[in-house]
Ligand binder design. Structure first.
Ligand SMILES: [Mg+2]
Length: 349
């Protein structure tokens, strides 16, 4: 099938978290073909991402034939090269991710297969979901057996106590066997991490997420042995196989969390998982409970772990994609509908 039109749109969100997200949150990419099949993708970059797609990459897509996964990979590689002077990391690749996902949606619909079945003959079902948020009792009541709470270092020693109290509470609610993790969004430093590691030791945390900035790979590598058995996790702010290859070579993280709507789509997601396999690193994509990451988890050698955010659990959000699967008793499965199996809520455009 031949691509006849490409259009990116920044939806009219009403529930965006403050900071960079109000400007550069997720975009929708729509790709039409001469067969009448239309693919939808979800990328990043907000208004800037829309300009990258509509103002530049679209020109390289019109008239292109897409018949196979290798056609999609070749298209991704071509667009990566075209956008390389301003792309590679950040907004350019976030926008390109939306195109890649729209192409996978398109191919799945053309073949009447879910995306995970384009990636694997035996896609996984019943993936363990973990709840991200601060409402442990609610998640436990819904059947989750894994919870990640948030923590921010604000510069006061009292921050040690808030972390310990949160960990204590989640462990108490969920019991000994649950997975308990903490996401600190790049707010700790090496000294805080070491002190936290000793103060949190009794609560047996599975991972510390995003402790330093993604530029400080060697700083994180130096902490890995010091905080064991807790893992150092991260990667939502890293891009493409080149970025993850650098993480691997530095030995900077025990568990990788690429965001499939930012890091280069399914094409780069698959390549990142291949590198991870070589190094024996588990991959648990950022927001892996949303269909874009979920189909990669189901169709590749990712860890059996899908992140589900509290705004999704509470539904305090703009519902842009209709018919998204949700965890049941703590487990989530991609649907068997073609493509990513979701419908765009046009009311938000
Ligand atoms: Mg995170």
């Amino acid at each position: 099938m031949k691509i006849t039109d490409v259009k990116a749109v920044y939806p009219k969100y009403r529930h965006l978290a403050p900071s960079w997200r109000t400007h550069f949150w997720q975009i929708v990419v729509r790709i039409d073909t001469d067969t009448g099949v239309t693919g939808y993708g979800y990328g990043g970059g907000g208004v800037a991402g829309v300009t990258v797609v509509n103002g530049h990459l679209r020109d390289h897509l019109i008239g292109r034939e897409i018949e196979s996964v290798s056609d999609i990979q070749a298209t991704y590689d071509m667009l990566y090269m075209e956008s390389l002077p301003y792309g590679r990391k950040g907004l350019g690749v976030m926008a390109l991710s939306g195109i890649d996902l729209a192409l996978y949606d398109l191919l799945g619909k053309a073949r009447d297969l879910p995306v995970c079945a384009l990636l694997s003959d035996t896609p996984k079902q019943g993936i363990r979901a973990y709840a991200t948020g601060e409402d442990a009792q609610h998640y436990r009541d819904l059947g989750y057996t894994a919870n990640k709470f948030g923590h921010r270092w604000t510069g006061s020693d009292a921050d040690y106590d808030t972390a310990v109290r949160s960990a204590e509470h989640v462990r108490e609610v969920f019991g000994e066997d649950a997975l308990v993790m903490v996401d600190v969004y790049m707010s700790w430093d090496a000294e805080v991490t070491l002190e936290m590691s000793s103060r949190l030791a009794d609560h047996n945390l599975y991972w510390f997420e995003d402790i330093l900035t993604p530029d400080d790979l060697y700083g994180q590598a130096a902490l890995i042995d010091e905080v064991k058995p807790t893992l150092i996790a991260g990667g939502e702010h890293e891009f493409t196989r080149h970025g993850f290859d650098a993480i691997a070579r530095a030995g900077a993280m025990d568990l990788w969390q690429p965001d499939i709507t930012w890091c280069g789509g399914i094409t780069e997601g698959v390549r990142i998982v291949e590198i991870a396999e070589k190094y024996g690193i588990p991959v648990a994509p950022h927001r892996g409970g949303e269909v874009w990451g979920l189909h990669l988890i189901a169709g590749s050698a990712c860890a059996d772990l899908a992140e589900y955010h509290s705004d999704h659990i509470r539904d305090e959000r703009d519902i842009l994609w209709l018919d998204e699967p949700a965890p049941i008793d703590g487990y989530i499965s991609p649907s068997d509908r073609p493509g990513f199996g979701v419908t765009l809520n046009e009311a938000l455009l």
